[in-house]
Design a protein around this ligand. Structure first.
Ligand code: FES
Length: 115
């Protein structure tokens, strides 16, 4: 069974192969939604974009990105500079070990934004 390492929370979860990343995080009490989105978010349909996470290790162990997820992320400023690691947790199935950073900050003035 894959192990998901939630970096910020310093928690490791063993999850079934193919488990939904958002659902597993929520079951373990890990908050994927920042600020007001804790209340205001879609029900896991790739519509709000607020469940985004960074998969900093083991990206190959995540399910491929679908059309809706790609479209939603491209509308987000936070996606700029994080194209290789950012996913919507509600759209991500876990197929192997990975490191996950929840609630990634905006990087408006960081080194990745204008590159
Ligand atoms: S919960 Fe809304 S996009 Fe994932």
């Amino acid at each position: 069974m894959p192990i998901v390492n939630f970096v910020n929370e310093k928690k490791q979860l063993q999850v079934p192969d193919g488990a939904n990343l958002r659902q597993e995080a929520m079951k373990a009490g890990i908050e994927v939604y920042p600020h007001v989105h804790k209340i205001l978010h879609c029900p896991g349909l790739a519509q709000c974009g607020s469940c985004r996470v960074l998969i900093t290790k083991g990206q190959d162990h995540a399910s491929p990105m679908g059309f809706l997820e790609k479209a939603r992320l491209k509308l987000s400023l936070a996606y700029i500079g994080n194209e290789e690691t950012m996913r919507l947790s509600c759209q991500t199935a876990v197929h192997g070990d990975m490191d996950v950073v929840t609630q990634p900050p905006l990087n408006l003035f960081g080194e990745n934004f204008f590159s």
